[in-house]
Design a protein around this ligand. Structure first.
Ligand code: GLA
Length: 671
């Protein structure tokens, strides 16, 4: 049964609830307003460590007891945080060794949050002691629906370079490589006289005169993710021991890749995500869609929880845009359309003081008589009627490949192009699929790909043999694959695959690349397609020699004129396409249209106007739910399949429907 249905009974709706910031008397109003807004789940205690443990080993849970009792008395469930994300000031005073350090040696002091070194035994011991007490105390509490471990692991302290971390890094390396000789081999340390005589000589990649060892940089990112994962697992073990029936999660964050979510995902009972699209940014909607697809895919397609989003403006950008009318609703449904079974906000009541006093909340400074509260309450009422949707899965025929190690290595220094980022390249390939309404999962290169008609692989720079084999076998077995430049270049230690690029994919693609010819940032490379059409590429070009591949497009001028830019190669029972440049958005769109048509990939709903996002969720009983989201600021008409019923009103729909500006339609389709 769906986790949310089981734990909450309805679509989960709520916010971070920080009543410790207010006199207790405010809680009466909170309860009344929560009920009016349809709130049924709140995250409590995320930053409450100093409140419940005011001095080492002295606990005062009275406040928390009363909050939880009051919530459960009002029928509101709790996602209880383990409170370890912001240690109390006394920890730093008594144990300055628990503070994190940057690569340049700067200590990160208290006065903000996340000021702990992930490897610090002192931090871990104090955190464990607190979590033990919490779990013991609240085991069996009727409000406890979910554990929220720590908060946004790695947001500001992902990599710590202090002496404690240095020793932990050495231990991690000793486990990974077994001997210092193996480390030397893996890190190519004969280069620049970096050869180590013993592990004690190894440091984290602290600030250095020039380019650092790429394998060291990469391993330090892996180590840092693992160090935080150890913290997570330590806390998860404690709460699971006390409350085996209560699911455990931690909130992942989008926009950067500090921790390897794919390694963390198997340890979550449900995937949770914090999402902060920027209303000022025209690219923010497909970007959010991409991240939601990634989160859903991390959980193997199971519904996930949107644990935080802003009701309106955030406070941490240079210019913080408010959400225009109806955007709160539209963007919430975007997450639902992509598989979320919970819609939560940061935070319930807008802070009066502290660094987030200008961050929006469900109850703004102006109180409940505000547009934001009204819109939030309206959404809460609607979601209450969508219980049937819980547990349904998003349909996807296409997969986009993403790998954390590869992304980290791609972003290392001293490359042919210095500004390639994983997120940007993933999005450049994802956006046209989103625009075309094609259901897409975001998966590891080692994932089971057999269920997909098409697999798109953006710049998989680091390719391990197992990943290469998986992609090759997928095509051999009849799959359609698109692979873009600077893929298959290095191994897990950032050492180049020899014999001509892209080492493991040459046979698959039927070509060989001898040299990279990157383009300056403001250049574009004209492309001539074999069918007479034109296009352009940017960022990259290269010297490709076909060895069996059909040339779909050539570079049209300069020294590469007439040489291949985009190719197609029949391999086994499938087809592998290769992009030797980054097609501009329009060209990428037309290339992917051709490829999706050849692969038999269909949009989830045909003939939609631009700016209308479409997905389908399918329930276990076969019921299909079509989501149509109008991201335009004007009304339009959308076509619908026959027999559709409006899931929000229960009214039958015709074969077309009006969709208001920023409007949402959820249509239940005939089985
Ligand atoms: C993050 C944190 C929250 C809050 C919000 C503000 O997501 O988890 O505590 O700071 O950002 O946007």
């Amino acid at each position: 049964m769906s986790l949310v249905r089981q734990r909450i009974g309805r679509f989960a709706y709520g916010a971070d609830y920080n009543p410790e910031q207010w006199p207790e008397s405010v809680q009466d109003e909170d309860m009344a307003l929560m009920k009016r807004a349809g709130v049924n789940l709140v995250s409590v205690g995320i930053f409450s460590w100093a409140r419940v443990e005011p001095a080492p080993g002295e606990y005062d849970f009275g406040w928390c007891d009363r909050v939880l009792d009051r919530l459960s008395g009002n029928g509101i469930a709790v996602c209880l945080a383990t409170m370890t994300a912001s240690p109390p000031p006394w920890l730093a005073r008594l144990h300055p060794d628990s503070l994190p350090r940057r690569a340049d040696g700067t200590t990160l002091w208290p006065g903000s949050r996340q000021h702990y070194c992930p490897s610090s035994p002192t931090y871990r011991a104090h955190a464990a002691r607190l979590v033990e007490r919490l779990a013991e105390r609240y085991a069996g509490h009727p409000a406890l629906a979910l554990w929220h471990i720590n908060n946004e692991y790695g947001h500001r302290n992902a990599r710590c370079y202090c002496d404690v971390s240095a020793q932990a890094f050495r231990d991690w390396l000793a486990t990974r490589y077994g001997s210092v000789d193996a480390l030397n081999e893996a890190w190519s340390t004969t280069f620049w006289s970096q050869r180590y005589g013993e592990f004690a000589e190894v440091f984290p990649p602290r600030t250095a005169p020039t380019f650092q060892n790429p394998a060291q940089l990469l391993d330090f990112r892996r180590f840092s993710s693992d160090a935080l994962l150890e913290c997570f697992l330590m806390e998860a073990e404690i709460v699971r021991r006390h409350t085996p029936e209560v699911p455990v999660t931690t909130n992942f964050v989008g926009g950067w890749f500090q921790i390897d979510n794919s390694a963390w995902a198997p340890h979550q009972d449900v995937i949770s995500f914090d999402s902060y699209p920027d209303p000022h940014d025209p690219g923010t909607v497909p970007e959010a869609a991409y991240r939601y697809d990634l989160m859903r895919s991390l959980g193997g397609g199971k519904p996930w929880l949107l644990l935080e989003q802003a009701p309106s403006a955030v406070n941490w950008r240079d210019r913080n845009a408010a959400k225009a009318p109806d955007l709160l609703r539209l963007w919430s449904y975007q997450a639902v359309a992509r598989g979320a079974d919970a819609i939560m906000f940061f935070q319930w009541r807008q802070s009066r003081g502290g660094a987030e006093r200008f961050h929006s909340a469900m109850v703004p400074h102006g109180g409940p008589g505000t547009r934001t509260y009204r819109e939030a309450a309206g959404l809460g009422a609607e979601l209450g009627g969508l219980t049937e949707l819980l547990g349904s899965r998003v349909e996807a025929e296409t997969a986009l490949v993403m790998d954390w190690s590869s992304g980290w290595a791609l972003e290392n220094e001293a490359h042919p192009v210095g500004d390639l980022t994983q997120e940007e390249t993933s999005l450049a390939h994802y956006r046209p699929l989103w625009e075309a309404g094609i259901g897409t999962d975001v998966v590891s290169p080692k994932a089971d790909l057999s269920g997909y008609r098409l697999v798109v692989v953006p710049n998989l720079y680091l390719t391990e043999p197992e990943a290469a084999e998986n992609l090759i076998e997928y095509v051999r077995g009849g799959g359609h694959l698109v692979l873009s430049f600077f893929s298959g270049i290095v191994d897990a230690c950032d050492r180049v695959h020899l014999g001509g690029y892209p080492g493991p994919f040459r046979d698959l693609l039927g070509l060989r690349i001898e040299e990279f010819w990157p383009l300056l940032a403001d250049w574009s490379a004209p492309l001539a397609f074999a069918d007479g059409t034109r296009g352009t590429g940017n960022t990259w070009s290269e010297w490709i020699t076909p060895a069996g591949a059909e040339v779909l497009a050539t570079f049209a001028d300069g020294d590469l004129a007439g040489r291949p830019a985009i190719t197609r190669h029949a391999f086994g029972d499938g087809v592998a396409y290769y992009l030797g440049t980054r097609p501009d958005p329009e060209t990428m769109g037309s290339v992917l249209r051709r490829v999706t048509a050849a692969a038999g990939v269909r949009p989830v709903a045909p003939d939609l106007p631009a700016g209308v996002e479409a997905t389908v969720r399918r329930s276990a009983d076969g019921t299909r739910w079509l989501f149509l989201l109008n991201h335009n600021a004007f009304e339009l008409t959308v076509p619908l399949p026959e027999g559709a019923v409006d899931a929000l009103t229960g009214h039958p729909l015709g074969t077309t429907s009006e969709l208001s500006r920023r409007g949402v339609l959820i249509a239940r389709l005939p089985g």
